[in-house]
Ligand binder design. Structure first.
Ligand SMILES: [Zn+2]
Length: 262
């Protein structure tokens, strides 16, 4: 009997520990610690390119809702006015790295979802380090030095996972996909956000002011707040299993050299 249980455990474990789809690792569902006396969720908002969605951003400030913002170098360069505002609220915002130019950190195929990938080991590394430098140059790194990285498209090749780890970043996953890249109608976004449970990590977008999704995100936030949920930044409630890497290398040259020697 025990042998049968062990057999099935071995069979299931690899599937649970990492979700590989067609050779690419998708962000596995991951969660933060549960709240002590009331449920808590982490709101993670991507700022890939374009502008800011004031329906969400203004609400975060007026309602004092903490969030982890995943910014690209591309977005930072175009939105210096908003960057200045973010800088004024270090208690609310944590900054995560979404890459230099919103390029999927993938090197074993040319495109994914129709988007051109980094296409090589060096380019993946440059995309990640470039995102980190852009955050530093925007003077946002001091808010709360963040080691979170989320790649464009949220898919990673095997080499990308190696590089991310060596640079000391943790892959920022999620457990509730609220807006599917800001592509969903507001009602569906609200429905998804209402399913959030204690310890969930919500992903949504705050860079598409002209799309309907943003209205749903804002209403979903208010629904959870009124239900007594509290919002935390990822780092404030990360557990050992969500993030436990340390910086091994500080440059792409070092990583490439190490890779050749191994
Ligand atoms: Zn993005």
């Amino acid at each position: 009997m025990n042998r049968i249980i062990v057999f099935f455990a071995l069979l299931i474990t690899p599937i649970l520990s990492r979700a590989w789809t067609d050779g690419l690792a998708a962000e596995r569902p991951f969660k933060i610690a549960k709240g002590y006396d009331h449920p808590q969720v982490a709101l993670t908002l991507d700022l890939c390119m374009n502008r800011i969605d004031h329906r969400i951003f203004d609400l975060l400030i007026s309602q004092k809702i903490p969030a982890t913002l995943f910014v690209t170098g591309l977005w930072l360069r175009k939105n210096s006015d908003i960057v200045e505002k973010i800088r004024a609220y270090p208690e609310l915002f944590e900054i995560g790295n979404h890459g230099a130019n919103h390029i999927p950190p993938i090197d074993d195929r040319n495109t994914v979802y129709g988007i051109k990938t980094a296409g090589g080991f060096w380019h993946i590394c440059e995309e990640i380090i470039g995102g980190m430098r852009a955050i530093e140059q925007a003077h946002l790194a001091f808010l709360q030095p963040s080691r979170w990285y989320r790649g464009a498209t949220a898919l990673y090749s095997r080499n990308a996972i190696t590089i991310i780890g060596k640079l000391g970043f943790c892959i920022a996953g999620f457990s509730v996909n609220a807006d599917e890249g800001a592509s969903l109608p507001a009602d569906e976004v609200i429905r998804r956000m209402k399913t959030a449970k204690d310890g969930d990590v919500i992903i949504a977008h705050m860079n598409q002011p002209l799309r309907a999704s943003g209205k749903g995100v804002a209403e979903g936030i208010m629904f959870l707040k009124q239900r007594g949920y509290s919002f935390v930044k990822l780092s404030d409630a990360a557990t050992l299993t969500t993030c436990r890497t340390k910086i091994l290398y500080k440059s792409c040259a070092e990583i490439v050299k190490d890779q050749k020697n191994s």
